[in-house]
Design a protein around this ligand. Sequence first.
Ligand code: SAM
Length: 682
Amino acid sequence: MGSDKSLCNGTLDVSVTKKFGQRVQKMVSEECPVKKRCSPRLRKIPEGKKPFYGPPRKASQQHPIDFITSDAAKLKSLLELHEKDAVSVAERKIKCSPTSCKPNLLKSMVTTLDASASCITSKEHSPKGGLETSDSATDKKSLDCCVTSYVAHTRNDKARVKKALRIYNKYYLHFFQEQGVCEYDGKQLAKHLDLKKEGICVRSIKRPDLKAISKMLEFNEVLYPTKRFGHLPGIDIGYQFYSRAEMVALGIHSHWLNDIDYMGESYSKMEEFKGYTFPLAVAVVLSTQCEDDLDNLEDIVYIGQGGNDVMVNKHQKMACGDLALKNSIEHCVPVRVVGGHRHTSTKGVSASGMLVYKYRLKRLQGQPKLTTNQVQCSNGRSSRVPIKAPELVCLDITEGQEDVCIPVINTIDDTIITGFTYTKYNQVLSNLSLPTNAQGCECKGNCTDPRTCACAKLNGFDFPYVRSSGGRLIEAKDVVFECGPNCGCGPGCINRISQRGIKYQLEVFRTSNRGWAVRSKDFIPCGAPVCEYVGELRRTNELDNVSENDYIFEIDCCQTIKGIGGRERRLGDVSESVSSQLDEKSMNEGEAEFCIDAGRVGNVARFINHSCDPNLFVQCVLSEHHHLRLARILLFASDNIPPMQELTYDYGYALDSVVDNNGTVRTLPCHCGTSDCRNRLY
Ligand SMILES: C[S@@+](CC[C@H](N)C(=O)[O-])C[C@H]1O[C@@H](n2cnc3c(N)ncnc32)[C@H](O)[C@@H]1O
């Protein structure tokens, strides 16, 4: 390893970032009944802030996704784009093993550092490498003008980051689904033609993550498509990514495979870069850094990307990314560093007698601290039974009804939860009878072919979910038709995702200004089902004069489909079987006929608070019967949700919609604490 003498004078300073509506209606007492209970979803929210509901038009109309054609050409264009800057990309791609080509979804908790400077070296470094540095740094022009120094982010910056990631996830899930169909078709074709016998292999198109990036490049949707040095607005120090592809979607590191991202020769032609030596590094992913090491990113010795050549040639070639880092030292430009990415292969750089370059990455001063809780995550499950601690109010609020324990934690005051009974399923009161069950599909075992499954037909000849991470909804729809009791398929069917119960380790915790709240100890991927809103099914008019109740959820599926009362329209082909329900007069009055009352009886969803910038969205689901007025209410993740982040959705109250008998508008201040807060729930 390098001695002090071998260290060059220049250092690469590094700045560190760790990678990483309900329509609950408040019913008030008789003295002060609510006159108007209108709760359109997400009215007047700026475009960039809308959670995952999709545009009013079909996504395919805006950016048609070609699900059928081979994506080889698109993939090629993606590779070519990077080849311009990274000569070794193609070579590396060919070399990579099938396992190392797998997307790292959920596995990489990457930490970004803004690195500036580097210091190089290595005991064994090649003298030819020319790494005696620092004097030359003073001779060269500083790139200050091109560097985004660390600045506080604006609301808009963060919204743009969120939007870009949602676009990425939407494409990713679409391509994931397409891959499933291709695999199914491939198998069917193979079976039909008996291709195996002929020795022909039918292969499906892989890598939905790369296809998603390719799509974003095609439609100019990558957030920072032009390479930039230093900090990128909207991406905090400590930001967590869940795949390399997400980083490409944002442009924080524009290569999905190479560890060093750099500006190639082509940048030398640009006016602002006149006088600089290219390539110049912009970002590094530390592939070998494991999650536990993420706190030690202040000062890292990094072995350049030539590591693989070392095994063959016994010395590292000073080229591409390695050369870019060397040039970065000389020009004193900052480099972003992302840590925590786990590679399946390791670089063989430890053998003695080999010549390697090492770079010291030092965190830039003045950045926010990287704290441990920013990278807290449980990829696996922690123990089912929580450890008894003074703040533990209740070991399991579900009393064993759910597959997971849901503890209640209070570190704020002495309050406990009373006056409520947990139930896993909606309770139907005696004055209400549910419609008869729908006929269902005739599939056997699992539903696999969306073209023949009767339930998939209702969803526009598609399954709304993909199998990724245990089942994820591709995008929010007017209504999702799931398989039900009369269907031929079994419980493992992909079209029953919302019926599988709670899978994430949720916990109820006390807040200082919003009462109880809910968070997850697990990471929840975008599109994953979190829980159903469960309680007593009631007619809304029954509740007009009840005493105060904060736990009423109106089932306004029909109103949402029609966009009544300012509700945001969603994607969806409303099937003929339900379109007749939309024409009924009562629906047009804008009021939901039924609601779910979780005041006395309910599940964990009743503790989920409102946020003006939520991480969950509401999805109406029909599984047993097909009556929109009695749809089930499910909550899905609208983003990748890091562990321990409060789970919230937009209650969707229209401001000034709650009026008492005297005509006085009632208000409730919002304490969601987001930068987008509208200050009032209603
Ligand atoms: C369905 S409950 C949510 C759970 C509730 N916090 C509890 O302690 O049971 C809805 C009520 O929670 C409170 N709440 C939810 N979100 C809030 C927010 N962003 N700001 C202030 N209060 C909120 C309001 O009192 C609201 O009527």
